[in-house]
Write a protein that binds this ligand. Structure first.
Ligand SMILES: Nc1ncnc2c1ncn2[C@@H]1O[C@H](COP(=O)(O)OP(=O)(O)O)[C@@H](O)[C@H]1O
Ligand SMILES: [Mg+2]
Length: 453
């Protein structure tokens, strides 16, 4: 039997020690014995024990005191208390101190074996939960945030601190600087890690849809509302809600959001029932909210409610020293994924990368390295493996292709699609780039039947 469960029996009665240890050994457990508390503690120091069975009345230190010490020093060990002199008081005290069970002597061996089996199952569940948490942290925790620059170290430091609290966090930075990654790291390092983690991109919905996505609605609230639907606030109850592109939230919605942030309560659309939720909010934006406040596009009261903790993510060119580290990280990830040996980057390619302005920040760098890992030959990334605009040394600007036989409509559709691709589907941003009103953009998207990008 691999990985035998290790049990320590502590009792000053030699006969009991012998009988019980024989039975447990026969049942496949790895058993040690001790005749007093001090010996027991020395034995536990060796490590690897899963369960301790403790007699109560013993010379020097009694079993209940020993239980307390074990729970302080070896938290993973489950304890069963056994006594011939049972009193309600010791029973209650033992359970309060964290004993798994309290058994009376003479011992019922079947009951003892059942208790031990239950502990085995409990341990397996705990191990699994710990493994799942470890896996989540491994994939999404702050350890994945690569960078040695002072700015990134400060970001990681802040994440560690705010993870322990429920405070609202506002993350600001350009597209691809890692805002969503920061939100992931906060959620998965917080107490809420096993609770819902819900994300919504405020720029991806027209106003009325955004409202019903966030608040949910009652049956019959509007045409098409054929059944009740929970909104993101409710779905995220107990957990974290990530409000991406909060700068793109329409003003009327900002006022409604403020109430939820302040009171933790709201009503579904078309409903009267006040719903209370416990949600931790993390917001992100690539816009200059202070400037938007001046221009009256963003409510200052909402800003002050959100800015308890602000995390500013620097652009990639502001922390060039992190680029080599990030390259190493992405090469490692992509080559493992592609089952390829990790390629080296030649100096000429490295020079191009270091002098390129990276308007799309880490996201753009990750994409460039992914492409280079695919295209490179002989385990070497050369300038020719990099995207053409990086080889040319300048950032790509969105532009519609022009060709003699294209109609204006086709050109318009293409230009809108391309712009949407560049703004990663952010319609407010696209409307701004295109110089048209948000509503006009929605109409055109519908007219040209442009699919989500
Ligand atoms: N410091 C970093 N270390 C490693 N990967 C990063 C870092 N910053 C960003 N990334 C990666 O870059 C991509 C874009 O990050 P994301 O958080 O989506 O940016 P944003 O939300 O600011 O647009 C993601 O794949 C993310 O994993
Ligand atoms: Mg993002």
């Amino acid at each position: 039997m691999e990985n035998k469960l290790k049990i320590l029996i502590v009792d000053d009665e030699v006969n009991l020690l012998k009988t019980l240890s024989d039975i447990l050994s026969k049942n496949g457990y790895d058993v040690s014995v001790a005749r007093d508390a001090h010996t027991a503690l020395r034995t536990l120091e060796k490590g690897g024990f899963d369960i301790a069975l403790l007699d109560v009345r013993m010379p020097q230190m009694n079993g209940v005191e020993l239980l307390e010490k074990i729970k302080q020093e070896h938290r993973g060990i489950e304890v069963i208390i056994m006594t011939a002199y049972g009193t309600i008081d010791t029973a209650i005290k033992s359970i309060k101190l964290g004993a798994y069970a309290y058994m009376l002597k003479p011992l019922d061996i079947d009951e003892m074996l059942t208790n031990i089996q239950k502990i085995v199952k409990l341990k397996a569940l705990k191990d699994e939960a710990r493994f799942l948490q470890w896996q989540l942290e491994e994939q999404h925790g702050y350890k994945n945030i690569i960078g040695n620059s002072g700015a990134i170290k400060r970001v990681v430091d802040t994440i560690k601190k705010v993870s322990a609290s429920d405070s609202t966090v506002l993350t600001m930075g350009g597209s691809g600087t890692g805002k969503e990654m920061v939100s992931d790291a906060i959620h998965y390092s917080s107490r809420r890690y096993a609770k819902p983690y819900v994300k919504i991109n405020c720029a991806a919905f027209p106003e009325n849809l955004l409202e019903s996505e966030l608040f949910g609605y009652e049956k019959g609230a509007f045409t098409g509302a054929d059944k009740q639907k929970k909104g993101k606030f409710e779905v995220a109850d107990g957990g974290t809600l990530f409000l991406d592109e909060i700068g793109d939230m329409p003003l009327a919605m900002q006022a409604k959001l403020l109430r939820v942030l302040e009171k933790g309560e709201f009503e579904r659309l078309g409903g009267n029932e006040v719903i209370k939720v416990n949600v931790r909010f993390i917001a992100a934006t690539n816009q200059n909210l202070e400037k938007m406040i001046k221009e009256k596009y963003f409510r200052s009261d909402l800003f002050y409610r959100l800015n308890t903790v602000i995390i500013n993510l620097p652009s990639l060119v502001e922390r060039k020293e992190d680029i080599p580290l990030l390259i190493g990280h992405f090469i490692e990830n992509f080559s493992t994924e592609m089952n390829k040996k990790a390629p080296k980057v030649v100096k000429e390619a490295m020079d191009l990368i270091m002098s390129y302005p990276w308007p799309g920040n880490v996201r753009e760098l990750a994409n460039a390295i992914e492409r280079a890992t695919i295209f490179c030959e002989d385990g070497v990334i050369r300038p020719s493996d990099l995207p053409p605009n990086i080889q040319a040394g300048h950032a790509e600007v969105p532009s519609a292709e022009t060709s003699g036989d294209l109609t204006l409509e086709v050109l318009e559709k293409r230009h809108i699609s391309n712009t949407l691709k560049h703004t990663k589907g952010n319609k407010n941003e696209a409307a701004r780039v295109l110089g048209i009103h948000r509503e006009t953009l929605y109409k055109k998207i519908k007219k040209f039947n442009i699919k989500d990008v």
